[in-house]
Structures are given as structure tokens and as C-alpha cells.
Design a protein around this ligand. Structure first.
Ligand code: NAD
Length: 297
């Protein structure tokens, strides 16, 4: 039997629809428009595309979108002053600094200068600590999207064995914290893990966030397991073009898994949708209004 394919594109559209509904109610009932500010330093083409998409989707759900583009040679003091302005701007509820930053800028310092209540990426050290101690926080967008899909697939995740492959601060670690919060038994695997296939074989839930094309093989997967593929890897094609693949070898895993996310069209589209969700959540919290249901943990 072949796995259920989890359609991230359709799921993300549902999340955006929910966000748009909340935004409309905030406007109608309270005269509040949630605002997201994105800061982009330099001309990195991939970052420019992400920022453009974020702005477009933010406007589409009825929120205010502001972009601050600055030259690569901006000083740290200038960038910190910009963040300070955004921190004190009441029309802005979410601030995102597009990473990576040029080498002369200290990314940790910059991220930790954002007001944690407006840190819609969930990377501020306060939000990391809040998530790690099971308190209300801003949750990083990609793992939040993965959790939404897992909840949708399973209902309760309590007691399930989850293996997260990859221990990055933006995906692997917060993913493991979220799964712990759902009462999974969580194993974090990484580049030094011994006998990774055997570790993965015990998992009811596998989340792969590694950055290695098609690494996870079908014979690593416990029959019926749910496989969430966060990886985005570009492979060269014979005709000179490229194609996107995940960290999971889809063709060998799909016949064994119970459910699986494809690449593209799985986790990817959920990330921006969750950024919008976080912005509306931040706006509700800032105004002491009830948080939207189903858009955060
Ligand atoms: P990262 O490079 O920061 O971390 C990779 C992790 O993989 C490390 O913790 C490392 O220990 C582990 N690893 C490396 N080789 C391994 C191996 N052979 N076996 C087991 N573990 C190994 O990466 P990241 O930022 O977490 O991103 C991971 C992947 O997810 C990348 O492909 C990235 O493009 C993608 N990504 C996608 C989204 C999205 O929106 N879908 C968002 C963020 C990242």
C-alpha cells in the first residue's frame, strides 16, 4: 500500500485562509491591521525571491507588509537602529530579518535585538527558552508547519516515537521541542549518530532536516510511519536545468510509509503560511485579544 501524500500546498492555502479570516475580524471588530516588517540586507537572489513572496502573501491575507531593503555595507549600528524603530512602531506586530546576513553583521546580536513579542521567526533567545520550557512563545515557522501537518495526520501524537534528523537551531532543535511538547518520545539524530538507519527504523514519525539529497532510504522506514521531509536540495539535470529534491528518497520511502510529504509541495509552502500565522498571533497578543485557534501551539 502506498503512503498518503500530505499536500503542503493545499494545507498552506487552508492556513492562509484561516489567517485571512482572523485579519478580517481584527479589522472589522477592532480596527486593527496586523503588520509584518521584513528586513533584507544586500542583493542575495534567493533571499530577494523569499522576501518578495513573503510580501505578496502578507498583502493577500489583508495584512500590512513593509519591506526595508538596505545595502550590504550597512553598519551594525544602523541595522540595530532600524530594528529599534520597528520595535517601537505600534503598526508593526512582526519583524523578520532575512538570513543569512553579510559576514560583518553579527546575526545573533541582530536577532536578539528584535522585541521577542514581534520575533515571528521565533529565533530570539527568549523565544528559544520559552519553547524549551514549554511556555507560550513565538514558534519557528518551519517546525510549526511540520507540527500542524503531523497533528492533522495523527490527531494525538502522545506516546509516538519520533526521530528528528538534524539538530539545527532553526529546524531540528525546535522540532524536537515541539514533539516533546506533544508527549512524543523524541530522538535527535545528527551527523555523528551511529547506525542512523536502525535509529530511524524505530520511528513512528520521521522528520528529516539535513540538507543531504535523498539520504533517507525506504528500508530505514518502519511500515506505516509518517515521514516529513524538510530538505530542499537542488540537483543538476542532464539538460542543464535543476530540480528540487528533499532529504528523503521519495520513491523508495513512499511505498513503505503511512504518510509522506513530497518535495516540492510539502513542508516548503507551510513555512510562509506559518509566518503569517505567527504575525496574526503576535498581533492578537499585543492587543490582549484571544489568539486564533489552530494557528499556534
Ligand atoms: P543545517 O545545515 O543547519 O543542519 C543540518 C543538520 O543535519 C546538522 O544538525 C547535522 O548534524 C545534520 N546532518 C548532516 N549530515 C548528516 C548525516 N549524514 N546524517 C545525519 N545528520 C546529518 O540545516 P537546516 O538549516 O536545518 O536545513 C536542513 C534542510 O532543510 C536544508 O535542505 C534546508 O534547505 C531545508 N530547509 C527547508 C525549509 C523549508 O521551508 N522547507 C526551512 C529551513 C530549512
Amino acid at each position: 500500500m502506498s503512503a498518503t501524500v500530505i499536500d503542503g500546498k493545499a494545507f498552506a492555502a487552508e492556513v492562509r485562509e484561516k489567517v485571512a479570516g482572523h485579519v478580517a475580524r481584527l479589522k472589522a471588530d477592532h480596527g486593527i491591521i496586523p503588520g509584518l516588517a521584513v528586513v533584507l540586507i544586500g542583493e542575495d537572489p534567493a533571499s530577494s525571491v523569499y522576501v518578495r513572496n513573503k510580501g505578496k502573501q502578507t498583502r493577500e491575507v489583508g495584512m500590512k507588509s513593509v519591506e526595508h531593503r538596505r545595502d550590504t555595507d550597512i553598519s551594525e549600528a544602523e541595522l540595530l537602529a532600524l530594528i529599534d524603530d520597528l520595535n517601537t512602531d505600534d503598526s508593526i506586530h512582526g519583524i523578520l530579518v532575512q538570513l543569512p546576513l553579510p559576514d560583518h553583521l553579527d546575526a545573533e546580536l541582530v536577532i536578539n535585538a528584535i522585541d521577542p513579542a514581534k520575533d515571528v521567526d521565533g529565533f530570539h533567545i527568549s523565544n528559544v527558552g520559552l519553547l524549551g520550557t514549554g511556555q507560550k512563545s513565538m514558534v519557528p515557522c518551519t517546525p510549526l508547519g511540520c507540527l500542524m501537518m503531523l497533528r492533522d495526520q495523527h490527531g494525538s501524537l502522545s506516546g509516538l516515537n519520533a526521530v528528528v534528523i538534524g539538530r539545527s537551531n532553526i529546524v531540528g532543535k525546535p522540532m524536537a521541542q515541539l514533539l516533546l511538547g506533544e508527549s512524543c518520545t523524541v530522538t535527535m539524530a545528527h551527523s555523528r549518530t551511529r547506525d542512523l538507519p536502525e535509529v530511524v527504523r524505530r520511528a513512528d514519525i520521521v522528520v528529516a532536516a539535513v540538507g543531504r539529497p535523498q539520504m533517507v532510504q525506504g528500508d530505514w522506514i518502519k511500515p506505516g510511519a509518517t515521514v516529513i521531509d524538510v530538505g530542499i536540495n537542488r540537483l543538476a539535470k542532464e539538460d542543464g536545468g535543476t530540480r528540487l529534491v528533499g532529504d528523503v528518497d521519495y520513491d523508495s520511502c513512499a511505498p513503505v510509509a503511512g504518510a509522506i510529504t513530497p518535495v516540492p509541495g510539502g513542508v516548503g509552502p507551510m513555512t510562509i503560511a506559518c509566518l503569517l500565522a505567527n504575525t496574526v498571533t503576535a498581533c492578537c497578543r499585543a492587543n490582549d485579544l484571544p489568539e486564533p485557534e489552530g494557528l499556534t501551539v
